[in-house]
Design a protein around this ligand. Structure first.
Ligand SMILES: *Cc1c(COP(=O)(O)O)cnc(C)c1O
Length: 396
């Protein structure tokens, strides 16, 4: 029987988050672009060597800004993985671009760079690599392809904050990049994000789009004597309250990172015997990638085993979850895609993956409990009573 339930994720306070929120109020500015929002931008610009970082209310908002900056024309195409969060693709579809889905690599579940070139047509405008689980995509190859075909690269680094590829921070490599500080990510503020601008020609327009299509930022810098409406735009500025909370976490970036590394290592070490016995597969981190340990997932031999294990863990109070329903097989994806290709790795791996509880405050004995329960469930005889979902799938 479960003693204490172990959730999949739990928001956390690591340091001065709440104090900084109070401070923002006493500073007299809790709308946008005050002291804490600027401190967060500066932190990322300096630490990750990014020319300009604009804080946003979410990663989705940052991706929408990136899509606006692409200035698509009708019929333009964007190369994306299907194995990703909705916003990666939705942000571009909103601007009239057509998604062209490319399969993923079985080792990292990142977009398979070797299949990108065959997806390029004369309508292709951009590639959107997603750094799944905080493990970098093969960016050298992707940037080289993009350069040769004159394409923009927008990194969806929602899960990749404080991870790197060949020594370069994820989000700092493409023309544009995006971060998320949603409560399920490594550094959180409830809902939050950032747009990373690595190609400086986008900076001025990005500032305008972010501030309702006005040139208010230029006004603040004294470059114009009044501010007015100059372009399309929206409200893509986060509240100081969120930025204050986030800054409290950024001050402890290394502490939070180290704890996640330990949790990941515990899972990996303790699950190794089950992997050696062929009962599951552990995640892979290529040598050129420094991971931020955003996620710990395991791959089971079949979808039935995965679903059965997930149900078994839930019965013990442990919330382990699958991840994306591939977008090409979602109702919207089916409606959008015209030149359909097979995505066998995406279809296969998405059905066999299970994510384990991983959050800053998870206790060592909770990790042990998760691992032991997995071991018990995988080694158990599949008795019908204990494994109703297996039966249900057999009959389906
Ligand atoms: C979380 C996530 C997003 C969306 O982030 P929000 O901040 O919630 O908008 C986008 N892409 C990926 C890959 C994500 O994991």
């Amino acid at each position: 029987m479960a003693l204490v339930a172990i959730p999949f994720n739990k928001p956390f306070i690591a340091g001065k988050e709440l104090y900084y929120i109070a401070e923002a109020v006493t500073f007299g500015n809790i709308a946008g672009d005050g002291h804490f929002t600027k401190s967060c931008s500066r932190f990322f610009e300096e630490r990750f060597r990014i020319p300009k970082v604009l804080m946003t209310p979410s990663c989705t908002a940052a991706l929408e800004m990136a899509a606006l900056l692409c200035d698509f024309e009708p019929g333009d195409e964007v190369i994306v993985p299907s194995y990703t969060f909705v916003s990666t693709v939705s942000a571009f579809v909103r601007e009239g671009a057509k998604p062209v889905f490319v399969d993923i690599r079985p080792d990292t579940l990142n977009i398979d760079e070797s299949q990108i070139e065959q997806a390029i047509t004369e309508k292709t405008r951009a590639i959107v690599p997603v750094h799944y689980a905080g493990v970098g995509c093969e960016m050298d190859r992707i940037m080289e392809i993009a350069e040769r075909h004159n394409l923009l690269v927008i990194e969806d680094a929602a899960q990749g904050v404080n991870a790197s590829y060949k020594g370069r921070a994820l989000g700092s490599i493409g023309h544009l990049g995006s971060f998320s500080f949603h409560e399920t990510k490594n550094y959180i503020c409830g809902e939050g994000g950032a747009l990373c601008i690595n190609d400086e020609r986008f900076i001025e327009r990005a500032e305008i789009l972010r501030d309702k299509g006005t040139n208010r930022q230029r006004f603040f810098r004294g470059e114009v004597d009044k501010y007015t409406w100059v372009d399309v735009g929206s409200s893509y500025v986060p509240s100081e309250i969120c930025s204050a909370f986030l800054y409290g976490q950024l001050e402890l970036l290394d502490t939070i990172a180290e704890r996640r590394r330990q949790i990941y290592a515990s899972y990996r070490d303790q699950l190794a015997p089950l992997a050696d016995a062929g009962l599951l597969k552990l995640p892979h981190i290529p040598e050129e990638c420094r991971c931020n340990y955003h996620m710990f997932y395991i791959l089971l031999p079949t979808r039935e085993v995965r679903d059965c294990l997930m149900d078994g863990l839930r019965a013990e109070g442990i919330t382990a979850v699958f991840h994306y329903i591939p977008l090409h097989s979602s109702p919207m994806g089916v409606r959008l895609e015209t030149h359909r290709t097979q995505l066998p790795q995406t279809d296969d791996l998405s059905g066999r993956l299970l994510r384990l509880p991983l959050f800053y405050s998870i206790q060592d004995q909770e990790i042990e409990h998760v691992v032991h329960t997995i071991g018990d469930l995988l080694n158990a005889e599949p008795v019908v009573d204990e494994m109703p979902s297996l039966l249900a799938h057999d009959n389906a």
